[in-house]
Structures are given as structure tokens and as C-alpha cells.
Design a protein around this ligand. Sequence first.
Ligand code: 4AZ
Length: 565
Amino acid sequence: MHMSKNKLILLLGMICLEQSKSATRSLPKAATCGQSLVKSRPLNDLNIFSRIVGGRQVEKGSYPWQVSLKQRQKHVCGGTIISAEWVITAAHCVANRNIASTFNVTAGEYDLSYIEPGEQTLTVETIIIHPDFSTKKPMDYDIALLKMAGAFHFDQSVGPMCLPEPGEQFEPGFICTTTGWGRLNEGGVVPQVLQEVNLPILTQDECITALLTLQKPISGRTFLCAGFPDGGRDACQGDSGGSLMCRNKKGTWTLAGVTSWGLGCGRGWRNNLQKADQGSPGVFTDLTKVLPWIHKHIQIGKLRKHSRAACSEQDRVIRASEGELHFPESPFLYYESKQLCVWTLFVPEGMHVLLNFSHFDAESCHHNYLSIYSLEDTLIGKFCGNSLASSVLVGSNAIRLRFISDATDYAVEFNLTYKALKPNYLPESGCSSLTILFEEGLIQSLHYPEDYSNMASCNWVFQAPKHHLVKLSFQNLEVEESGDCTSDYVSLHRAVERKKEVARLCGFVVPTPVVSISRVMSVSFQSDENMTFRGFQATASFVPKTGKKIEAPTPQVSSLILLLW
Ligand code: 4AZ
């Protein structure tokens, strides 16, 4: 919580009075949420003409829904109780520290330096991060649900906050409150006692404009801004995950937003375009944008109560021409952590397998992934997070699928269908599904020899027999030329995970053959949103591994970028 230097006492003035008069929101249905036993300080004549200038220490028990999210007994973020078993926090507070059991949540907390009577501490059973949150762009959809291991007992110091009704809006100008144990100033000290500050909600226009005036303009779908253009009052580091709460006339508090981020603390943004020391409003995740997702998980949570999915059989052998695979097997189960599920799938002899993913909900590639192996146990595809191809064509009648959830409590699910296909393999097959081939053959870009299309993505994986390597010989290469082949390109990787790019090709010179360094070569063709040419055509063949130095493409090919041989 950012406070002005003198810790000026918060004065609720006429603005607040006006705002509560104009509040047209319906009252939350549940009378038991959003209730504080501590009376808010009455407005007095002195306060009415004063401006709201800073934050203050809260009166104990004022915000019974405020929790401290701790790791190794240390406060890391705030959070809000919304029911006995559920707490809302910011996704970025838990995203990279994703072992749920390492978190504690303390409710009824006031002074962090003491264990006070009335405190209740629970561990976290499950972390559910919004599926649209990404650590690459952590400002948007910055919200997570924490399912407690156990339940909070509601009393005078611990209780839930109300969620907004569907469609309930918090009018711009409305004065709401944010609370937390965050720093008192940017780079300043952390308080021991819970702090609060009142902030007006900005219009969506003001919010978007303020964030676009930043040197690195930021946009998002779930932003709710609050604050003063001249700064002085704000949330700060350590307040994240806490709430921006608004109170209606009857004094019921409703969760409007989750404290997420801001450029600095309390800097203001009025003169951003004129100065180097820019600032931003406080940015909160707008609850109204994620409400259906919250309700869905709380509903599912009720059904899942005592059932957890585990892999019933370690290795399930399936012999069929088509079917579905799910994990968990029933939709209302969380999976147990540390699961290894194995399915070995045989379609009829001589047929190939087409896999289609209808749903794959895996947040973290470190902990949850689905991998596909050949029967001799070489990895031919690995899927997690966003790296999922929607369909995979495997040039074999047998595959092994392994789903690994490695000691994490994320709720992950996947559904896929499989189908036996006659092996009518086309050189362009990689452009409609990731194609995994165990035979030599021709591959080409989409529509070859006609021009490829914009935004094309074609992917093949070749797997040579034992003691063989994959040799890719180009018949033709006509691909938009850009200095470092970042526009359109053919790229070659040494393994299916595509971590190590071996070569990247573009331009109009036919490269010399490229030989893989292992039995696997992964080939990808990507085009961007403009300029198309004929593309490429190449033949993959399997050559015996000789132990001789591998062939590299001729270095005089100007458009070829060679990496990591
Ligand atoms: C934080 O890091 C944080 N000024 C939260 C809010 C703001 C800045 C940082 C807004 O938790």
C-alpha cells in the first residue's frame, strides 16, 4: 500500500457521499458476505472539504476476507476469501511457484509480526490459474483461485467477500478501497499492519489511454484501473492478489478487482508524455470479466469434493479403430498429483493413427505434459501448454501416450479422439496436422508448386530406423527472403521438442542436403502475414550412421542461418 510521507489520515469527502448515492447496483444476494463488523469511520464536517490524500492503517477486523498468502512463513501476496474453501489471488503470485502445498493462507491476520488470536492458517490444496493467463504477458487475466485444504471457520475476524452479480458494474468515479501489506512507497518499507487506501475507479477510456501513454504501451482485456492522475495513493509491491472492493449503500462490500500491477507505485500518469519518469494507475483484474470462470470452478469444486482422479491402470492397452481418451476419465475429477498415465494404442495393422485434441488444459510445461512414443519407446511428440497441435498424424499403427503430472496441483485435463486412417500420406500432410513419419518420402509447403498462403504452419517429424540418420535433400526453395529468416522460413530441429534449432532457411538458393545428428529430424515451415512464394519441396531419406563428420549445408548460401551444429 502506497502512503504519502506523512501518512495523512484518510478523509472520505463529498465524492464518496455522491458515489454511494448514485450506486444503482443490486444488493448481493448472500447477506453473509461482504459484512464487516467494524463500523466505517463517520464522515464529519472537517472531512467533507478535504481531498483523499493517502492510505492508513486499517482498524482491526475491518476486512475479514483479507488473507496473507505466505511461502515459507513469509508474506508474498494478498488474497480474498470468497467462500469457506476458496480464496482469490493474482495468477502471477502463484504461477512460477506452482507447488500448491508450499503455500499457506492466513486469514484473520492483522499484524504480520505476531500470531494473533483469531488467525486461521490453511494450506492450499489446488491452484487454478485462469487459462488465458500467460507468464509471457502476465498483466492480463492475472487471477487464480486457491482451493484450501480444509475450510475457514467464519467468525468476527474471518469472513467472505461478495462476488459481483453478473452484469454488476462499478461506475467510474466510484470510490473503492484496496488493502494489503505491500510497500508503503515504491522501493520503501513493508508494513507489519494491514493498510488501506481509497481509490476512484477510472473509465475504461482513461485506463486504456493512460496505459497507452507508457513508453512501452500496454493493452489487455481484463484491466480495471483505479487511482489519481497525480498519484500519491496506490497499491504497491506485496499488495498483489488483494482486492479492490466497493461498498454499496448498505455497507456490503463487493470484489471489483484483484490487485495486479502498475508502473511504479503512486507516481501518477498525468504528464507521462512529457517526462521520462512515467507512472500508471493501479491496475486490477476486472472481476466482471472473469466471473463465469470463477463460478464454473466453484461449481466443479462442489462436485469434485471427495473424488480425485488417478490412473486406474498404469498401462491401458487399447485396440480399436477409433475412440476417445480423457483425463481425468470423468469430467468432475481433479487428477492426483504425481501421476503417470500410459495408454498403448493399436489401430488395425497397416493403418495409421490420427489424433485430434478437443481439449487440453495444461498450464505448465514443466509439470504436466502428454508425450507420444513409438512402441520401441522413442519420443515422437511432446505436448503441453500452448505448444499443442490440434491434430497429429502418426505414420504407424501403434503408439504409446504418456501423460505426466509431476507433483503439482494444477487442474489439468485433456480430451482426445483417435482414428485409424489408410496410409494415404500426402507431401502437404504436415500443413493440416503435425505429421510424424517413419518412412522416407517427399514433403512440401502448402499448395506447392503454387504459392503458399500467408500464416501457414506445416510440421513434420521424421524418425529414422535404428542406426540411421535423416537426410533432407531440397528440390527447391523459394521462400520470402529476410535478413535473419524471421518472415517466412523452413526450420530444422534436432528433436521433437524443437528446443534446438539446427538450421533456418529462406531465400531462393537451393540448399545442399542437411543430415540430422540423431534419428529424429523435425521440419517446420512457417509463413507470416504478407508476401508468398512457391515455397519448398524436399525429400527425406534415411542414411546409415557412419560416424563420419556430418554434412552441413554449404556456407555460401546467403540466406541460410546455421545454428548449433
Ligand atoms: C506488486 O508488485 C504491485 N502500483 C502491485 C500493485 C502495483 C505495483 C506493484 C500498483 O505487487
